[in-house]
Write a protein that binds this ligand. Structure first.
Ligand SMILES: [Zn+2]
Length: 198
């Protein structure tokens, strides 16, 4: 579908989202040595993107693991179909930043922990909520709040998306208000740290 580019020696990125992926990755220096492949996939149920550990090397140990970020080639949500061209760059960066937040979350889990995580994710709504919020929180803490807000705004205010999809996003993810609270808290902590340091 799109030519692939190798970046940082260990990231494989389709040319069509290269700049956005580079920007999102720049917020996560911790992922510099982590192998990640961004790939298009035909049908991802109910979402535009999905981050997963690569199953074939799941048991190799935390440092040798690699991850996939699957991107829906059609961006078909409910019955509505979009193309990548309909998605503004900053929204795409926010989306990728959220997925990289999932990888940050996966990094510290053991193989068994990840399997349990996967099972809980498909069986428990509360667990989905916890995992999605963890990913958003990683992205906001990494400094990506403006992008995350742009993504949220795009989803929640986009007339092409069904109400049930919007409702799902509003229910499971951090709300824009919660993100602002988180950013304010980060800034407070930073000021405190600066005052203590002076
Ligand atoms: Zn997610």
């Amino acid at each position: 579908m799109s030519e692939k580019v190798v970046y940082q020696d260990n990231k494989i990125i389709p040319q069509s989202i290269l700049e956005e992926a580079k920007t999102a990755l720049s917020y996560y220096p911790e992922l510099k040595d982590v192998k990640i492949e961004f790939r298009y996939k035909e049908d991802i149920k109910k979402s535009f993107m999905q981050a997963q550990p690569e199953f074939s090397n799941l048991f190799k140990g935390k440092d040798d693991r690699s991850y996939n970020v699957f991107i829906s080639s059609r961006f078909l949500i409910e019955e509505e179909e979009f193309s990548m061209a309909d998605v503004p760059s900053e929204v795409l960066i926010g989306w990728l930043g959220h997925e990289l937040g999932h990888i940050m979350d996966y990094r510290d889990k053991s193989a068994a922990g990840l399997i349990i995580f996967g099972l809980r994710y498909v069986t428990s709504k509360n667990y989905i909520k916890e995992a999605e919020r963890a990913a958003d929180t990683y992205a906001v803490n990494a400094g990506m709040s403006d992008y995350i807000l742009a993504t949220k705004d795009f989803i929640l205010n986009h007339s092409h998306l069904s109400d049930s999809y919007k409702e799902r996003i509003a229910r499971l993810y951090l709300s824009p208000e919660e993100i602002i609270v988180l950013v304010n808290k980060l800034e407070e902590d930073l000021e405190k740290a600066e005052q203590e340091g002076s």
